[in-house]
Ligand binder design. Structure first.
Ligand code: LLH
Ligand code: MG
Length: 383
């Protein structure tokens, strides 16, 4: 079995979510958007797909870096393929990003699963067939009845838990360019309002503005200790590992979770574990360059008796969460009172992460990554 073709197609769909000037998602009016599908096909016709941002699977990237490594290769050699791409990153003038590596790795794993007739999460370890999700809110906004006030967060958290069935909630605080953000005291007020609304026992987490100072971060963390929050993530620039060592040493009753967006894949995460810069490690397929480095992070974390909390949603992250023992939840979102998260997008027959009334996300038994894509819609809406 040999890889024969690697192709990307861009297509359009309608969404009611938009990104602000700092890249955070918010609800908006229905409007056209584009995304892409990357497909890897073998000589026997087996293929694997992944949905990716168009910029991560541009034709010039596929031509220059991806096809030279993949075409003619045995798809089962995913580590050899990943290493082949990784070794090319340094000389690629920063064009071959970790997100490109991730897109290729996910489509390849989807193909491997289909070739083996097995879901990817079972090939990776098959640790569990369901997990509790935490409801991960969008960042705060200034929309009336949205996520504009601490009370808005409290009312939405009540709905998430008491109506939709979530057993844990993570708040994303207010971040620029939302007027008045960042405001460490307002972030705290939202955390306090949600704790008050949900009672003392439900696990709560916070992902605030990513550029707080050490002193603002410590002030916030000490108050989250009093509110019995489970973890906080990315409250400072993650390039400064010593700031995280400093903060972790000062917050014995709050778990510091990271790094999320810091470059350096599993190697950076090993440095954080070895240097006491966090209590819980963080990985995510789109942050570290695919399933391979995310699994390496998780196994390394296990060796330090640390949990590895997986950043983000989607089929690739679900495969990792299902395969490993040392994680607490699946991150489901981003959620907002104005967005029906359970509704499939036009290019999906089914969302990847359906959740039952008890707050469990169940992992697909279908071969591959478990995405149920509407390929006819995609073909009919190519850009
Ligand atoms: O800044 C944001 O919009 C969120 O932090 C987002 O990146 C989200 O994916 C996240 O960090 N979740 O943990
Ligand atoms: Mg985060």
């Amino acid at each position: 079995m040999k890889i024969e073709r690697v192709e990307a197609k861009t297509f359009s769909y309608i969404t009611n979510q938009s990104r602000d000037t700092d890249g955070h998602s918010h609800p908006g009016p229905d409007s056209p958007a584009t995304t892409a599908i990357l497909t890897i096909t073998c000589d026997d016709g087996t293929s694997g797909h992944v949905i990716a941002r168009p910029g991560d699977v541009e034709e010039n990237l596929l031509k220059a870096f991806v096809r030279p490594v993949l075409v003619g290769a045995d798809p089962m050699g995913h580590e050899a393929i990943w290493q082949g791409l990784y070794k090319w990153q340094r000389g690629s003038a920063a064009k071959l990003t970790d997100r490109v590596l991730c897109a290729v790795d996910l489509a390849l794993w989807d193909l491997i699963g289909k070739a083996c007739g097995q879901p990817v999460w079972k090939l990776l370890g098959g640790y569990r067939d369901k997990i509790l999700a935490y409801g991960s809110t969008m960042c705060g906004d200034d929309l009336k009845g949205g996520l504009a006030t601490p009370d808005d967060y409290a009312r939405f958290a009540e709905w998430l838990v008491n109506v939709r069935g979530y057993k844990a909630v993570k708040l994303h605080g207010w971040m620029p360019p939302v007027p008045g953000a960042p405001d460490v005291r307002k972030d705290y007020a939202a955390c306090a309002a949600v704790r008050e609304a949900l009672g003392p026992d439900i696990p709560l987490m916070l992902d605030p503005n990513h550029w707080y100072s050490r002193t603002d971060s410590l002030w916030l963390c000490q108050r989250l200790e009093e509110l019995n929050y489970f973890w906080i993530e990315e409250m400072m620039e993650e390039a400064s590992m010593s700031s995280y060592q400093w903060l972790t040493s000062k917050t014995p009753r709050l778990n510091i979770c990271g790094p999320e967006s810091m470059t350096g894949k599993h190697w950076t995460r090993a440095e954080w574990a070895a240097n006491g810069a966090c209590d819980m490690l963080r990985t995510g397929v789109w942050d570290v360059g695919g399933i391979g480095p995310a699994m390496k992070t998780a196994k390394m974390a296990e060796s330090f008796h640390m949990s590895c909390e997986v950043h983000g949603t989607g089929a690739g992250n679900m495969a990792v969460v299902a395969a490993i023992p040392n994680t607490n939840f699946y991150e489901r979102g981003l959620l907002h009172p104005f967005v029906d998260y359970d509704q499939p997008r036009q290019y999906q027959n089914r969302i990847d992460d359906e959740m039952d009334a008890d707050g469990y996300v169940h992992f697909s038994q279908a071969p591959g990554l478990g995405q149920d894509l509407n390929l006819a819609y995609i073909e009919a809406n190519l850009v």
